[in-house]
Design a protein around this ligand. Structure first.
Ligand code: ZN
Length: 364
């Protein structure tokens, strides 16, 4: 345990009512994080802009590309303009040159990306730092494979976050459709064998670093995003709590009581009013008229969901998009957030029908 304190990562323990206590360990330094819940952690993960994240990730994937003996061949790959990375295919080829400098560049850039996330989001940031640091610590066996292994492991560590966020997004949205969350658990969660097969490291300890507890507690240690959020998802789902979509901002939330709440308590506008405050006003407008703009919004929403859902049936989880009709997760997520906010502004009278229409149809 003494030694473990110097690893980067997140410690988690919980009490019977579902309150989650967490500590962030960064180079031996211990930070106590605010109390949270499984559901709050999942909802929080959905606020991350995957589109921006994936852009940074693409730059790192490019750094991983291996110099070929024949540079024209490498240029040819850019012709089809698909913007997907080729690191999967760039395995052993004749005349491959990898240097330690290239590996260092990949690690440094990966770490910088994780540190950037840490500034605004402590938990995923620290988990990314931990996973990239673990990649850098892979022992050097003296072969060229070591270099490839380190680079791939670092990139996979970063890919973990958008992968698990997409998973959470899909499952939480499914939950909205169920009246009884227990059915959601049985029909949608129990089939996710990958979640249950993961090994969640835990131990019974009475201290973390210099923080002493009065009793021994079961504490989990996480050093990557996929494990942390999978764990939160299993625990959340087993509580059979309801997930709802806010009728105002369109984001998901977990109602505090079982009452039929339709609005979340996020701050919605610049005046500092929350969805809960302005939502009912918007709702009465919505009921009073059958508005072609709102019908258009519903139609495009269903269409775009189908365009996004189509690529979920392919096996290659990182190849988000293969043709124009499909939407990648980040495209869909960005549109969904923007369009539902625009809908609320339109109903609120602060956005014109024309502007609203532009947002609805921006993906074509
Ligand atoms: Zn809301």
């Amino acid at each position: 345990m003494e030694q473990r304190d110097y690893f980067n990562g997140i410690y988690v323990t919980e009490d019977n009512d579902g309150t989650v206590y967490r500590w962030r360990v960064h180079r031996g330094e211990l930070f106590t994080l605010p109390e949270s819940t499984y559901g709050a952690e999942l909802i929080d993960s959905l606020d991350l802009s995957i589109k921006k994240y994936n852009r940074d990730l693409d730059a790192i994937r490019e750094l991983c590309e291996i110099d070929m003996a024949n540079p024209t061949e490498a240029n040819d790959r850019d012709k089809d303009n698909t913007d997907t990375s080729n690191d999967e295919e760039s395995g052993a080829t004749e005349g491959v040159v990898i240097t330690g400098d290239q590996v260092d560049a990949v690690l440094n850039k990966s770490l910088a990306m994780a540190q950037k996330i840490l500034k605004s989001r402590e938990v995923p940031g620290e988990l990314l730092i931990a996973a990239v640091t673990n990649a850098a610590a892979i022992p050097d066996d003296g072969t060229a494979y070591y270099y490839i292994n380190v680079m791939n492991t670092a990139v996979e560590a970063l890919e973990d976050l958008p992968y698990i966020v997409k998973k959470i997004y899909g499952l939480m949205y499914d939950c909205v459709e169920f009246d009884d969350p227990k059915e959601w658990y049985e029909q949608e969660i129990m089939i996710e064998k990958e979640l249950f097969r993961r090994r969640y490291r835990s131990e019974f300890i009475n201290h973390i670093g210099r923080q002493q507890f009065t009793k021994y507690m079961q504490v989990y240690f996480f050093d990557n995003c996929a494990d942390y959020y999978s764990y939160m998802l299993i625990k959340f789902a087993s509580l059979h709590k309801q997930v709802r979509q806010c009728r105002c901002c369109g984001k998901l939330f977990i109602p505090i009581n079982k009452k039929n709440t339709m609005y979340c308590s996020r701050v919605f506008n610049e005046k500092g009013q929350t969805c809960k405050e302005i939502g009912p006003k918007i709702m009465s407008k919505e009921k009073n008229k059958s508005d072609p703009m709102l019908e258009e919004y519903e139609r495009v929403k269903n269409k775009n969901y189908k365009r996004y859902d189509r690529q979920n049936y392919r096996s290659d989880k990182f190849k988000d998009r293969v043709n124009e009709k499909e939407l990648s997760f980040d495209e869909y997520q960005e549109w969904q957030q923007e369009a539902s906010a625009a809908r609320a502004e339109y109903l609120n009278g602060t956005l014109s029908a024309e502007e609203f229409g532009k947002v609805i149809n921006k993906l074509g």
